[in-house]
Each structure stands twice: as structure tokens, then as C-alpha cells.
Design a protein around this ligand. Sequence first.
Ligand SMILES: Cc1ccn(O)c(=O)c1
Ligand SMILES: [Zn+2]
Length: 261
Amino acid sequence: LGCNLQDNRANLHPLWKGEIDVPGGSRQSPINIRIRDSVFHPQLAPVHTQYDPNTCLHIWNNGYSFFVEFDDSTDKSIVSGGPLENPFRLKQFHFHWGRNNDWGSEHTVDSRVFPAELHLVHWNCSKYRTFEEAIMEPNGLAVIGVFLKIGKQHEKLQKLVDILPSVRYKDALTEFNYFDASCLLPSCVDYWTYSGSLTTPPLTESVTWIIMKKPIEVDHSQLAVFRSLLFTAVGEEEKYMVDNFRPLQPIMNRTVHSSFE
Ligand SMILES: Cc1ccn(O)c(=O)c1
Ligand SMILES: [Zn+2]
């Protein structure tokens, strides 16, 4: 499987040319979650999502992943509860995946890699005015991570998969409205939570991560469509959008808490 050792090349990323300076660097993401080192916190309530499907705006290919973006001008689509002190607004969701089914997720669980990982990105609208401001602040974002594994077809995801060819190229954007992002969450409420960072530049240490314990199932043909997207824009030499995940980062002196025993 893809090498999961933490190495000092962690900041040399194949896609972001050369060394990138990492702010602080004491709480970087992703990490390997070691189940036996995680600490059960009985007061960690289930995470509560209230997503209004009408807040869905469009899908766009930003040259690193495809983002499904939401209208975050109101509190219509929010996450609350769990480790969060107040509600956070849904801004976008996107995925990370591999060139094949052997790897692709950013986080790992006891060094187990999944073929893909979904990130639902929310920002702290009680403390900051915009998403752009929040990504620079210590408790600015809450990202729900969901592992994907190969199994039966995910029917609700298919609506999104069918549109992906229209955002094949970098910078392509297409209308996409009425999508209920909560259909991408597993039915099991158990999760791990820890303090970390964005996994793409600016890599700011602004994220409360909420990693769901159970994966959702998608079939191989759905992931194959993800891999048909391009990192490159029209007219450029075509490069398939695959392996858009960041290598594992050192856990330093962090503790991962679990909402379950
Ligand atoms: C805001 C943001 C941007 C990229 N990624 O991967 C994330 O998980 C969150
Ligand atoms: Zn992500």
C-alpha cells in the first residue's frame, strides 16, 4: 500500500512544487489515528448537521479537487454539537482519492488507508464574518471527514458523479442545485476528533477535525469517474486528477478524542 511513514518530505508535495513553509507546524493534518491511543470523552455528543439542499450552488474544479459549494450567507446549512461550542456554516465539500483503490484517503486508522476521503468544510460564523477570515484563525473551521470504501453503489452520490464530466478541466464550474449533503454521512454517529490544519495551502492550523468512524460505500465505477477529472486546464497537457492527498503529518503532542468507547 502507499507508504504511510511520516517522513521529512511531508512538506514536499508532488502537486505543490517544492518546499512549502508551514505556519507553526505543531498541529498539522492529516494524521494516522491510532485507536488504542485515542481517549474516550463521554461528554462528546453526536455531531448534528442541518443542511438545506436549496443552499447548494455549483460544482467547480479548482485544479486540485472538485468542490461542491454552498450559499453560506445564512445559517440554513450548519453543523453543531459534538466538540463544537457553537454552530458552523457549511461552505463546501470535496474529496481526496488515489490513482487506484489501494490508497487515496488523507487520514488513516491504525495505518489503514481508504481509497478516498470526503471533507465537509464548515466555518465558525459565530466568531468570524467570512470563510476566508476563518481559515486563518485557530478555531475557524470544522471539517467532517468521511472515509469511502469500495462496495455497493452510492445512489445519492450518483447524481453528483453524473455531472462531473462537465467539470473535467481546471477552472470549470457548473450549476448544481438541490443536493442534500447529509446523504453522504454514515448512519453511525461515532467519531474521532482532534485539532489540526488544512491539508492544502495555506495549511493553516484552524481546523477542528471530526473523523467519522464508519466509512460510506461507493462502487468502483463511481471512483473511476473521480479519476477521469483533470488537474489541468483546457489546452494544457492533460494530467489525471488522482493522488490529491497530503502525506501523513507528525501527531506531535496531540490527543485524539473519541465519542465512543
Ligand atoms: C478549506 C479546505 C481546503 C482544502 N481541503 O482539503 C480541506 O480539507 C479544507
Ligand atoms: Zn480536504
